[in-house]
Ligand binder design. Structure first.
Ligand code: HEC
Ligand code: HEC
Length: 387
Protein backbone atom coordinates (compact mmCIF):
# COMPACT_ATOMS: atom_id res chain seq x y z
CA UNK A 1 0.00 0.00 0.00
CA UNK A 2 1.31 3.43 -0.88
CA UNK A 3 1.71 6.06 1.80
CA UNK A 4 -1.07 8.30 0.43
CA UNK A 5 -3.44 5.31 0.41
CA UNK A 6 -2.74 4.57 4.07
CA UNK A 7 -3.31 8.19 4.90
CA UNK A 8 -6.50 8.19 2.91
CA UNK A 9 -7.77 5.18 4.86
CA UNK A 10 -7.02 7.04 8.08
CA UNK A 11 -8.88 10.05 6.77
CA UNK A 12 -5.73 12.18 6.52
CA UNK A 13 -4.34 14.13 3.62
CA UNK A 14 -0.86 14.78 4.96
CA UNK A 15 1.36 12.91 7.50
CA UNK A 16 1.69 15.87 9.85
CA UNK A 17 -1.99 16.76 9.85
CA UNK A 18 -3.43 16.40 13.36
CA UNK A 19 -0.01 16.15 14.94
CA UNK A 20 -0.97 19.03 17.21
CA UNK A 21 -4.03 17.10 18.35
CA UNK A 22 -2.05 13.90 18.97
CA UNK A 23 0.61 15.77 20.87
CA UNK A 24 -2.11 17.21 23.09
CA UNK A 25 -3.60 13.74 23.60
CA UNK A 26 -0.21 12.26 24.42
CA UNK A 27 0.68 14.97 26.97
CA UNK A 28 -2.75 14.60 28.52
CA UNK A 29 -2.37 10.84 28.81
CA UNK A 30 1.17 11.14 30.11
CA UNK A 31 0.22 13.57 32.85
CA UNK A 32 -2.84 11.59 33.86
CA UNK A 33 -1.00 8.28 34.18
CA UNK A 34 2.71 8.70 33.46
CA UNK A 35 3.64 5.05 33.43
CA UNK A 36 0.86 3.73 31.25
CA UNK A 37 3.25 3.52 28.31
CA UNK A 38 5.13 0.75 30.11
CA UNK A 39 2.06 -1.39 30.34
CA UNK A 40 2.38 -4.73 28.53
CA UNK A 41 6.08 -4.14 27.85
CA UNK A 42 8.86 -6.18 29.34
CA UNK A 43 11.55 -3.82 30.64
CA UNK A 44 14.36 -4.02 33.13
CA UNK A 45 13.50 -1.94 36.21
CA UNK A 46 16.21 0.56 35.22
CA UNK A 47 14.57 1.12 31.84
CA UNK A 48 11.10 1.75 33.18
CA UNK A 49 9.52 5.13 32.85
CA UNK A 50 10.37 7.24 35.86
CA UNK A 51 8.03 10.17 35.90
CA UNK A 52 5.97 9.79 39.08
CA UNK A 53 2.23 9.84 39.11
CA UNK A 54 1.26 13.20 40.63
CA UNK A 55 -2.41 12.19 40.75
CA UNK A 56 -3.39 15.43 39.08
CA UNK A 57 -7.03 16.37 38.78
CA UNK A 58 -8.60 16.82 35.37
CA UNK A 59 -8.41 20.59 35.68
CA UNK A 60 -4.75 20.49 36.66
CA UNK A 61 -3.94 18.26 33.70
CA UNK A 62 -5.81 20.65 31.41
CA UNK A 63 -3.90 23.64 32.78
CA UNK A 64 -0.52 21.93 32.42
CA UNK A 65 -1.30 20.73 28.90
CA UNK A 66 -2.15 24.25 27.85
CA UNK A 67 1.05 25.61 29.33
CA UNK A 68 3.20 22.88 27.78
CA UNK A 69 1.65 23.28 24.35
CA UNK A 70 1.96 27.01 24.67
CA UNK A 71 5.65 26.77 25.55
CA UNK A 72 6.47 25.09 22.28
CA UNK A 73 5.13 28.06 20.38
CA UNK A 74 7.70 30.18 22.23
CA UNK A 75 4.93 32.20 23.85
CA UNK A 76 2.79 31.20 26.76
CA UNK A 77 -0.92 31.92 26.53
CA UNK A 78 -1.57 35.27 28.20
CA UNK A 79 -3.92 33.85 30.81
CA UNK A 80 -1.32 31.40 32.07
CA UNK A 81 1.41 33.91 32.55
CA UNK A 82 2.05 35.06 36.14
CA UNK A 83 1.27 38.73 36.18
CA UNK A 84 2.48 40.89 39.01
CA UNK A 85 0.96 44.18 39.96
CA UNK A 86 3.13 47.19 40.62
CA UNK A 87 2.48 46.71 44.35
CA UNK A 88 3.66 43.11 44.26
CA UNK A 89 6.80 44.18 42.43
CA UNK A 90 7.46 46.82 45.08
CA UNK A 91 7.00 44.31 47.88
CA UNK A 92 9.21 41.78 46.17
CA UNK A 93 11.94 44.34 45.59
CA UNK A 94 11.66 45.68 49.14
CA UNK A 95 12.03 42.18 50.55
CA UNK A 96 15.08 41.62 48.41
CA UNK A 97 16.82 44.71 49.79
CA UNK A 98 15.79 43.82 53.35
CA UNK A 99 17.41 40.41 52.86
CA UNK A 100 20.50 41.87 51.26
CA UNK A 101 21.26 44.11 54.25
CA UNK A 102 19.91 41.69 56.83
CA UNK A 103 17.60 44.31 58.34
CA UNK A 104 15.78 41.44 60.07
CA UNK A 105 18.92 40.71 62.07
CA UNK A 106 17.84 43.66 64.19
CA UNK A 107 14.23 44.42 63.24
CA UNK A 108 11.04 42.47 63.31
CA UNK A 109 8.84 43.43 60.33
CA UNK A 110 5.79 41.40 61.30
CA UNK A 111 4.06 39.88 64.32
CA UNK A 112 3.15 36.32 65.33
CA UNK A 113 0.01 34.62 64.06
CA UNK A 114 -1.88 31.78 65.78
CA UNK A 115 -4.43 29.72 63.86
CA UNK A 116 -6.74 28.04 66.35
CA UNK A 117 -8.65 24.80 65.79
CA UNK A 118 -12.00 26.58 65.70
CA UNK A 119 -10.94 28.81 62.80
CA UNK A 120 -10.06 31.88 64.89
CA UNK A 121 -6.92 33.73 63.85
CA UNK A 122 -4.98 35.74 66.45
CA UNK A 123 -2.34 38.32 65.63
CA UNK A 124 0.11 39.54 68.24
CA UNK A 125 3.17 38.48 70.13
CA UNK A 126 3.90 35.41 72.18
CA UNK A 127 4.93 36.71 75.61
CA UNK A 128 5.58 33.59 77.56
CA UNK A 129 5.52 29.90 76.79
CA UNK A 130 4.71 27.14 79.21
CA UNK A 131 4.44 23.41 78.69
CA UNK A 132 0.78 23.27 77.84
CA UNK A 133 -0.15 26.85 77.13
CA UNK A 134 1.23 30.18 76.08
CA UNK A 135 0.51 33.81 76.86
CA UNK A 136 -0.28 35.83 73.78
CA UNK A 137 -0.62 39.60 73.60
CA UNK A 138 -3.09 40.70 70.93
CA UNK A 139 -1.95 43.41 68.53
CA UNK A 140 -5.33 43.64 66.84
CA UNK A 141 -8.86 43.67 68.18
CA UNK A 142 -10.37 40.25 67.79
CA UNK A 143 -14.15 40.29 67.50
CA UNK A 144 -14.68 36.55 67.29
CA UNK A 145 -12.56 36.14 70.41
CA UNK A 146 -14.12 39.15 72.12
CA UNK A 147 -10.74 40.60 73.06
CA UNK A 148 -9.05 43.93 72.39
CA UNK A 149 -5.61 44.86 71.14
CA UNK A 150 -3.21 45.08 74.06
CA UNK A 151 -4.89 42.33 76.08
CA UNK A 152 -2.91 39.22 76.89
CA UNK A 153 -4.73 35.91 76.61
CA UNK A 154 -3.73 32.43 77.69
CA UNK A 155 -4.06 29.84 74.94
CA UNK A 156 -3.84 26.08 75.47
CA UNK A 157 -1.27 24.54 73.16
CA UNK A 158 -3.86 21.92 72.20
CA UNK A 159 -6.09 24.69 70.81
CA UNK A 160 -3.45 25.78 68.32
CA UNK A 161 -3.61 24.32 64.84
CA UNK A 162 -0.77 26.31 63.36
CA UNK A 163 1.62 28.96 64.54
CA UNK A 164 3.55 31.36 62.33
CA UNK A 165 6.25 33.22 64.18
CA UNK A 166 7.32 36.69 63.18
CA UNK A 167 10.70 36.70 61.53
CA UNK A 168 13.56 38.88 62.59
CA UNK A 169 14.74 40.76 65.61
CA UNK A 170 17.35 38.06 66.18
CA UNK A 171 19.59 40.42 68.09
CA UNK A 172 16.88 41.27 70.64
CA UNK A 173 17.20 38.17 72.79
CA UNK A 174 20.93 38.87 73.30
CA UNK A 175 20.22 42.47 74.27
CA UNK A 176 17.46 41.44 76.66
CA UNK A 177 19.64 38.75 78.26
CA UNK A 178 22.43 41.27 78.71
CA UNK A 179 20.25 43.78 80.55
CA UNK A 180 18.65 41.02 82.60
CA UNK A 181 21.91 39.38 83.63
CA UNK A 182 24.15 42.43 83.98
CA UNK A 183 21.68 44.99 85.27
CA UNK A 184 19.17 42.69 86.94
CA UNK A 185 16.18 44.01 84.99
CA UNK A 186 13.08 41.99 84.18
CA UNK A 187 12.80 40.94 80.50
CA UNK A 188 9.71 43.08 79.87
CA UNK A 189 11.60 46.17 81.01
CA UNK A 190 14.75 45.23 79.08
CA UNK A 191 12.75 45.37 75.86
CA UNK A 192 13.19 49.15 75.63
CA UNK A 193 16.82 48.47 74.66
CA UNK A 194 15.96 46.45 71.57
CA UNK A 195 15.71 47.91 68.04
CA UNK A 196 12.17 49.09 67.25
CA UNK A 197 9.67 46.68 65.70
CA UNK A 198 8.92 47.90 62.16
CA UNK A 199 5.45 46.35 61.91
CA UNK A 200 3.17 48.94 60.21
CA UNK A 201 6.07 51.41 60.04
CA UNK A 202 4.57 52.79 56.80
CA UNK A 203 1.55 54.06 58.72
CA UNK A 204 3.75 55.79 61.23
CA UNK A 205 6.50 57.62 59.39
CA UNK A 206 6.61 60.04 56.47
CA UNK A 207 8.25 58.61 53.33
CA UNK A 208 10.67 61.45 53.02
CA UNK A 209 11.83 60.91 56.57
CA UNK A 210 12.39 57.17 56.00
CA UNK A 211 14.45 57.85 52.90
CA UNK A 212 16.63 60.42 54.67
CA UNK A 213 16.97 58.21 57.73
CA UNK A 214 18.10 55.23 55.65
CA UNK A 215 20.69 57.39 53.92
CA UNK A 216 21.81 59.06 57.11
CA UNK A 217 20.47 57.58 60.36
CA UNK A 218 19.95 59.88 63.33
CA UNK A 219 19.63 58.82 66.97
CA UNK A 220 16.01 58.80 68.08
CA UNK A 221 16.28 56.92 71.34
CA UNK A 222 19.41 58.06 73.17
CA UNK A 223 19.26 55.17 75.66
CA UNK A 224 19.87 52.42 73.10
CA UNK A 225 23.21 50.64 73.03
CA UNK A 226 22.72 49.45 69.44
CA UNK A 227 22.58 51.95 66.63
CA UNK A 228 20.95 51.86 63.25
CA UNK A 229 23.95 51.29 60.95
CA UNK A 230 24.82 53.71 58.16
CA UNK A 231 24.63 51.46 55.12
CA UNK A 232 25.37 54.19 52.54
CA UNK A 233 22.65 52.66 50.38
CA UNK A 234 22.47 53.53 46.70
CA UNK A 235 19.49 55.87 46.23
CA UNK A 236 17.51 53.18 44.35
CA UNK A 237 17.75 50.79 47.26
CA UNK A 238 16.76 53.43 49.80
CA UNK A 239 13.85 54.23 47.50
CA UNK A 240 12.86 50.56 47.24
CA UNK A 241 12.81 50.27 51.02
CA UNK A 242 10.87 53.49 51.46
CA UNK A 243 8.31 52.38 48.88
CA UNK A 244 8.12 48.95 50.51
CA UNK A 245 7.08 50.42 53.88
CA UNK A 246 4.33 52.48 52.20
CA UNK A 247 3.01 49.80 49.87
CA UNK A 248 2.80 47.20 52.66
CA UNK A 249 0.32 49.50 54.41
CA UNK A 250 -1.43 50.75 51.24
CA UNK A 251 -0.24 54.24 52.07
CA UNK A 252 0.25 57.01 49.57
CA UNK A 253 3.62 57.01 47.90
CA UNK A 254 5.85 58.89 47.18
CA UNK A 255 4.14 62.08 48.35
CA UNK A 256 1.79 62.46 51.21
CA UNK A 257 0.15 65.82 51.65
CA UNK A 258 0.63 67.10 55.17
CA UNK A 259 -2.00 69.78 55.63
CA UNK A 260 -1.02 70.57 59.22
CA UNK A 261 2.19 72.36 58.27
CA UNK A 262 0.72 74.38 55.40
CA UNK A 263 0.08 78.08 55.72
CA UNK A 264 -3.43 78.95 56.73
CA UNK A 265 -4.08 75.68 58.56
CA UNK A 266 -3.41 76.97 62.07
CA UNK A 267 -4.80 80.41 61.24
CA UNK A 268 -8.13 78.80 60.38
CA UNK A 269 -8.17 76.82 63.62
CA UNK A 270 -7.35 79.98 65.59
CA UNK A 271 -10.19 81.76 63.88
CA UNK A 272 -12.65 79.03 64.86
CA UNK A 273 -11.23 78.72 68.33
CA UNK A 274 -9.14 81.71 69.52
CA UNK A 275 -6.08 80.71 71.55
CA UNK A 276 -6.12 77.21 70.00
CA UNK A 277 -2.39 76.51 69.91
CA UNK A 278 -1.70 78.26 73.23
CA UNK A 279 -4.35 76.09 74.90
CA UNK A 280 -2.91 72.97 73.28
CA UNK A 281 0.44 73.93 74.74
CA UNK A 282 -1.08 74.37 78.19
CA UNK A 283 -2.50 70.87 77.88
CA UNK A 284 0.88 69.51 76.73
CA UNK A 285 2.61 71.09 79.72
CA UNK A 286 -0.06 70.58 82.38
CA UNK A 287 1.01 68.48 85.36
CA UNK A 288 -1.26 65.54 84.62
CA UNK A 289 -0.40 65.27 80.96
CA UNK A 290 3.20 66.34 81.16
CA UNK A 291 4.49 64.93 77.92
CA UNK A 292 7.95 66.29 78.71
CA UNK A 293 8.23 64.16 81.86
CA UNK A 294 9.00 61.24 79.56
CA UNK A 295 9.86 62.74 76.20
CA UNK A 296 13.09 64.28 75.07
CA UNK A 297 12.49 67.66 73.40
CA UNK A 298 15.48 68.73 71.35
CA UNK A 299 18.26 69.44 73.84
CA UNK A 300 15.98 69.06 76.88
CA UNK A 301 16.02 65.67 78.51
CA UNK A 302 13.60 64.44 81.17
CA UNK A 303 14.68 63.72 84.74
CA UNK A 304 15.52 60.16 85.65
CA UNK A 305 17.26 57.34 83.91
CA UNK A 306 17.58 57.36 80.11
CA UNK A 307 15.90 53.94 79.94
CA UNK A 308 12.76 55.68 81.19
CA UNK A 309 12.83 58.32 78.46
CA UNK A 310 10.74 58.49 75.31
CA UNK A 311 11.64 59.70 71.78
CA UNK A 312 12.42 63.31 70.92
CA UNK A 313 9.18 65.13 70.13
CA UNK A 314 10.91 67.95 68.27
CA UNK A 315 11.37 65.44 65.41
CA UNK A 316 7.68 64.55 65.19
CA UNK A 317 6.69 67.04 62.51
CA UNK A 318 9.32 65.86 60.05
CA UNK A 319 9.08 62.23 60.97
CA UNK A 320 5.54 61.16 61.83
CA UNK A 321 2.26 61.08 59.95
CA UNK A 322 -0.29 63.37 61.61
CA UNK A 323 -3.07 60.76 61.48
CA UNK A 324 -0.82 58.28 63.18
CA UNK A 325 0.06 60.81 65.95
CA UNK A 326 -3.62 61.36 66.65
CA UNK A 327 -4.44 57.64 66.79
CA UNK A 328 -1.37 57.11 68.96
CA UNK A 329 -2.43 59.81 71.42
CA UNK A 330 -5.95 58.41 71.66
CA UNK A 331 -4.81 54.90 72.50
CA UNK A 332 -1.14 53.92 72.32
CA UNK A 333 -1.92 50.31 73.31
CA UNK A 334 -3.90 49.85 70.12
CA UNK A 335 -0.81 50.60 68.06
CA UNK A 336 1.95 49.20 70.20
CA UNK A 337 0.66 46.89 72.91
CA UNK A 338 2.87 46.96 75.96
CA UNK A 339 4.18 50.46 75.35
CA UNK A 340 4.83 52.60 78.41
CA UNK A 341 3.10 55.60 76.86
CA UNK A 342 -0.16 56.03 78.79
CA UNK A 343 -3.60 56.66 77.35
CA UNK A 344 -4.12 60.23 78.51
CA UNK A 345 -7.28 61.50 76.92
CA UNK A 346 -10.45 59.98 78.30
CA UNK A 347 -14.00 61.25 78.41
CA UNK A 348 -14.32 64.26 80.72
CA UNK A 349 -10.67 64.88 81.62
CA UNK A 350 -8.71 68.16 81.43
CA UNK A 351 -11.89 70.14 80.78
CA UNK A 352 -10.49 73.15 82.67
CA UNK A 353 -7.42 73.25 80.39
CA UNK A 354 -8.76 72.23 77.03
CA UNK A 355 -12.51 71.58 77.04
CA UNK A 356 -13.79 69.00 74.58
CA UNK A 357 -13.89 65.35 73.63
CA UNK A 358 -10.71 63.18 73.72
CA UNK A 359 -10.82 63.39 69.90
CA UNK A 360 -10.54 67.17 70.03
CA UNK A 361 -7.81 67.16 72.64
CA UNK A 362 -5.74 64.65 70.65
CA UNK A 363 -6.34 66.69 67.50
CA UNK A 364 -5.00 69.82 69.23
CA UNK A 365 -1.90 68.08 70.58
CA UNK A 366 -1.25 66.61 67.14
CA UNK A 367 -1.52 70.10 65.63
CA UNK A 368 0.87 71.39 68.28
CA UNK A 369 3.44 68.68 67.54
CA UNK A 370 3.23 69.46 63.83
CA UNK A 371 3.84 73.14 64.63
CA UNK A 372 6.01 72.92 67.72
CA UNK A 373 7.46 76.40 68.39
CA UNK A 374 11.26 76.46 68.68
CA UNK A 375 11.21 77.82 72.19
CA UNK A 376 9.59 74.59 73.36
CA UNK A 377 12.73 72.64 72.73
CA UNK A 378 15.51 74.85 73.93
CA UNK A 379 16.68 74.71 77.51
CA UNK A 380 15.56 78.20 78.62
CA UNK A 381 11.86 77.50 78.67
CA UNK A 382 12.28 73.97 79.89
CA UNK A 383 10.74 74.45 83.27
CA UNK A 384 7.74 76.47 82.12
CA UNK A 385 4.74 75.27 84.04
CA UNK A 386 1.09 75.71 83.40
CA UNK A 387 0.44 78.48 85.88
C1 HEC B 1 22.48 46.52 63.88
C2 HEC B 1 21.06 46.57 64.01
C3 HEC B 1 20.24 47.20 62.90
C4 HEC B 1 20.18 46.84 61.58
C5 HEC B 1 20.95 45.74 60.87
C6 HEC B 1 19.17 47.70 60.98
N1 HEC B 1 18.66 48.55 61.91
FE1 HEC B 1 17.17 49.88 61.61
N2 HEC B 1 17.37 50.53 63.51
C7 HEC B 1 18.22 50.00 64.46
C8 HEC B 1 18.06 50.71 65.70
C9 HEC B 1 18.82 50.44 66.99
C10 HEC B 1 17.08 51.71 65.47
C11 HEC B 1 16.57 52.75 66.46
C12 HEC B 1 17.42 53.97 66.39
C13 HEC B 1 17.06 54.97 67.44
O1 HEC B 1 15.91 54.94 67.90
O2 HEC B 1 17.92 55.78 67.81
C14 HEC B 1 16.66 51.56 64.09
C15 HEC B 1 15.67 52.32 63.51
C16 HEC B 1 15.13 52.08 62.26
C17 HEC B 1 13.99 52.77 61.70
C18 HEC B 1 13.17 53.85 62.39
C19 HEC B 1 12.16 53.21 63.30
C20 HEC B 1 11.27 54.20 64.00
O3 HEC B 1 11.46 54.42 65.16
O4 HEC B 1 10.37 54.72 63.35
C21 HEC B 1 13.80 52.27 60.45
C22 HEC B 1 12.73 52.66 59.46
C23 HEC B 1 14.81 51.26 60.23
N3 HEC B 1 15.61 51.17 61.35
C24 HEC B 1 14.94 50.51 59.09
C25 HEC B 1 15.97 49.61 58.85
C26 HEC B 1 16.19 48.96 57.59
C27 HEC B 1 15.32 49.11 56.36
C28 HEC B 1 17.29 48.17 57.73
C29 HEC B 1 17.99 47.35 56.67
C30 HEC B 1 18.43 48.11 55.51
C31 HEC B 1 17.75 48.32 59.11
N4 HEC B 1 16.91 49.21 59.75
C32 HEC B 1 18.80 47.64 59.65
C33 HEC B 1 19.07 48.94 64.29
C34 HEC B 1 19.29 48.28 63.09
C1 HEC C 1 4.90 57.92 80.95
C2 HEC C 1 5.74 58.38 79.88
C3 HEC C 1 5.08 59.09 78.70
C4 HEC C 1 4.26 60.19 78.72
C5 HEC C 1 3.73 60.97 79.91
C6 HEC C 1 4.01 60.50 77.33
N1 HEC C 1 4.65 59.62 76.52
FE1 HEC C 1 4.66 59.62 74.48
N2 HEC C 1 5.77 57.94 74.45
C7 HEC C 1 6.26 57.32 75.57
C8 HEC C 1 7.06 56.20 75.15
C9 HEC C 1 7.78 55.23 76.08
C10 HEC C 1 7.06 56.20 73.74
C11 HEC C 1 7.79 55.26 72.83
C12 HEC C 1 6.93 54.17 72.43
C13 HEC C 1 7.76 53.07 71.95
O1 HEC C 1 8.41 53.24 70.91
O2 HEC C 1 7.76 52.08 72.66
C14 HEC C 1 6.22 57.32 73.34
C15 HEC C 1 6.01 57.66 72.00
C16 HEC C 1 5.39 58.82 71.61
C17 HEC C 1 5.32 59.29 70.25
C18 HEC C 1 6.00 58.65 69.05
C19 HEC C 1 7.38 59.26 68.97
C20 HEC C 1 8.25 58.75 67.88
O3 HEC C 1 8.96 59.56 67.28
O4 HEC C 1 8.28 57.54 67.64
C21 HEC C 1 4.65 60.48 70.29
C22 HEC C 1 4.32 61.38 69.11
C23 HEC C 1 4.29 60.74 71.66
N3 HEC C 1 4.73 59.71 72.44
C24 HEC C 1 3.64 61.85 72.08
C25 HEC C 1 3.35 62.14 73.41
C26 HEC C 1 2.64 63.33 73.85
C27 HEC C 1 2.20 64.43 72.94
C28 HEC C 1 2.49 63.22 75.18
C29 HEC C 1 1.73 64.15 76.07
C30 HEC C 1 0.37 64.38 75.66
C31 HEC C 1 3.15 62.00 75.61
N4 HEC C 1 3.65 61.35 74.51
C32 HEC C 1 3.24 61.57 76.92
C33 HEC C 1 6.06 57.65 76.87
C34 HEC C 1 5.31 58.72 77.32
Amino acid sequence: MKEHEILHELGLKHPTENVAATRRAWIEAKLTDPRQFDEGKYKKPSDRLIMPNFRLTEDEVEALVTVLLGMREGEMPESYRFKTTEEQDSIYEGKRVVRKYNCTGCHQFSIDTLYLNDGIVLKGMVKLEEDESLFFQLWEDNDSFGRKAGETVQIETAQIKERVNAEGGDISSFIIDYHVEVEGRVPEEAKVFTPPVLYKEGKKVQSKWVFDFLEQPVGLRPWLDVRMPTFTLPAEEATSLTRYFSVLESEEYPYEFIKETKSGYIAKKEEECPGYLADARKLFESKDVNCASCHVRGSITPDGEPSEWAPDLSLAKERLKPDWIKRWLLDPQLIQPGTKMPKLFREGVFQDIFPGEPEEQAEAIKDLLMNLPDEMFVEDDAETDDE
